[in-house]
Design a protein around this ligand. Sequence first.
Ligand code: ADE
Ligand code: ZN
Length: 334
Amino acid sequence: MSNLELIKKLPKAELHLHIEGTLEPEMVFALAKRNNIELPYANAEELAALYDFSDLQSFLDLYYQATDVLQTRQDFYDLTWAYLEHCAEDRVVHCEIFFDPQSHTSRGIEFGEVIQGIDDALKAGQEKLGISSQLIMCFLRHLPEADALQTWEQAQPWLHLIQGVGLDSSEKDFPPQLFTNVFAKAKEAGLRLVAHAGEEGPADYIEQALDLLNIDRIDHGVRITESETLMQRVTDENMALTVCPLSNVRLCVYDDMAKHPLLTLLDRGIRVMINSDDPAYFGGYMNQNFIAVDEALSPSAEQIVALAKNSFLASFISEAEQQKWLAEIDAVAQ
Ligand code: ADE
Ligand code: ZN
């Protein structure tokens, strides 16, 4: 079997996906029309032409602007459903989805509208497409912790729909240590914890996220390569890194996919897997990320299988569910 066939056939889990990052230019225009919003771009092509980023901030500026078209429960449903259709196409059978409530509540959108729209679609995805899912609420780190704590309070009626909390947005100058109180509250409530760390920020932010926030999984984490000690630690602790190859190249963390450390980390025994981050902005969904890695780094079939297996091993599904998918991967790969 070719690598391409293998990539298409393997069941995969997606663990690093911002639902707002699946907002395609065409949907920006469709929702703007539905909600009577005037956009500063003439059409979807003109908007897409702006997706030429120099760093994380240049992307975030546009991403938050586009997010303004999301207003109603139906909008969040349509956004999430469109992502789930991509999952079905790429054989993503389980996803753990980030959402950024502060991007919406700050515009006067009710927390409940956001989460119910997403949840309605996730339930339909389970029923109609057989895709399992969980929700991870992210705090925006460019805002003060007081804002995150307020969001934590707003989330209380909806905690039954939330599996975990995360930390995203501008990383440089916003270290994990600024968010210890809100993460402690989420841990006390029994939620799983993740945080973006070591995407653009230094390896020290990864260490802070582990030691001060007590995270269960590191999002991105690629700058771990700068610390031999930390690489050994995450290997020993079986700590996973949710790596996003196309994102890292489009945001200029690496100027070429050939320089991406994904396979180096994998071969060192670090639990890495492939994710799409913000696929509407970075050139593709799950399988496009696998294909970009395949073309630039020429992984062996065994490495591709290991990446797929890691996506389940690092997920928050039960061990029995994990074992079921590992057996399915073995069945496909043999
Ligand atoms: N929000 C959406 N995508 C992000 C990324 N790659 N890093 C930090 N925050 C984000
Ligand atoms: Zn991300």
